[in-house]
Design a protein around this ligand. Structure first.
Ligand code: HMG
Ligand code: MG
Length: 298
């Protein structure tokens, strides 16, 4: 049977906006995030403190993170690649920081300009200092189910990267299907493989919907007992350093499917669609989500 309650973590303001070409005004981002805070979400990834030359879309990270109205009961998080990023995140006083690296060598290099082995000591220091500052830490592993440069990634290599991040003391790990290549059988087999290694309470699934397989992959994960999923309102986004990567699974399609199956999320679908509609108007192109399409036509 499926979990009764699922936690959806909204990554649209970070993963979504980092890949949108249209420049969104800082005030619009803040207004949008404030709307998201009213939807019943318990977790919002606000922005990322990466190098503004690499991701100019999020160069206003400190201002956004500082200006949104923080609501009780919501964890406000942000992505950080290194100590410089952590300093900025602490300056903005986010609740949680997310570190990230890839399971494949080539994507790691393209994304953060370091080899996998060069990345570990950098992240270890970030985790230590973040913990020292009283922050919880999330870790992302990218290219878990396939890399745009290296193809299929050896499963043991993925598990080793995950284990190394847990050994640093992270609280939760999000498994990224960066370019949306995973299929449900592959996801099920991988989750079987890690079943005895990591706790389901500490594993999230981060599906991109590039090939339309994200909801199917979500269902398999639910059937295996996983209950933490990342989503992006409207299906906004992608990864700018993974060719062809499109948006995350849409939070609204996810919420819709879960509610139809009798699984609780605590999220108000209508409020999510309202917030999604707001950002769709700002990026001035239709978002890929099915629910948004229905909402906009009604
Ligand atoms: P680098 O050029 O190797 O950095 O970039 P460096 O450490 O050599 O430093 C060079 C300069 O950058 C220095 O300045 C630093 O201070 C500065 P200088 O001394 O020359 O004046 N700098 C920074 N400035 C602001 N904020 C910082 C920062 N760090 C250094 N944090 C770096 C390395 C990691 C910074 C760069 O490669 C980068 O920013 N990459 C980010 C790429 C990115 O954001 N990708 C998308 C997010 S990951 C993702 O989407 C996947 C995920 O969704 C899961 C999935 O779907 O799989 C999470
Ligand atoms: Mg992503």
């Amino acid at each position: 049977s499926l979990p009764k309650q699922v936690i959806i973590k909204e990554v649209g303001p970070r993963d979504g906006l980092q890949n949108e070409k249209e420049e969104i005004k800082t005030e619009d981002k803040i207004e949008w995030i404030n709307q998201l805070s009213e939807t019943g979400l318990s977790y919002i990834e606000l922005t990322s403190f990466v190098h503004p030359k690499w991701i100019p879309q999020l160069k206003d990270a400190v201002e956004v993170a500082r200006s949104v109205e923080r609501k009780d009961g919501i964890t406000y998080a942000a992505l950080v690649p290194n100590m410089k990023g952590l300093e900025r995140a602490l300056e903005a006083d986010v609740d949680e920081v997310s570190i990230f690296m890839s399971a494949s060598e080539s994507h790691n290099k393209k994304n953060i300009n370091k080899s996998i082995n060069e990345t570990y000591p950098i992240l270890k220091k970030v985790v230590e200092e973040a913990k020292e500052a009283g922050k919880s830490v999330r870790g992302y592993v990218s290219t878990v189910f396939g890399c745009p440069y290296d193809g299929r990634v050896d499963e043991q290599q993925v598990i080793d990267v995950c284990q190394n991040l847990f050994d640093m003391g992270i609280d939760e790990l999000s498994l990224g299907d960066t370019i949306g290549v995973a299929n449900p059988i592959q996801v099920g087999q991988f989750l079987d493989l890690i079943e005895d290694k990591f706790s389901k309470d500490q594993i999230a699934l981060h599906f991109h919907d590039t090939r339309g397989m994200a909801l199917a992959n979500t269902l398999v994960s639910l059937e295996k007992g996983y209950y933490i999923f990342d989503g992006s309102v409207g299906g906004l986004g992608g990864c700018p350093y993974a060719k062809g990567a499109s948006g995350n699974v849409s939070t609204d399609d996810l919420v819709h499917m879960l509610h139809e199956m009798g699984v609780q999320t605590g999220i108000d679908l209508n409020q999510i669609l309202k917030a999604g509609s707001f950002i769709q108007d700002k990026i001035d192109k239709p978002l890929p989500s099915k629910q948004m399409n229905i909402y906009r036509k009604s």
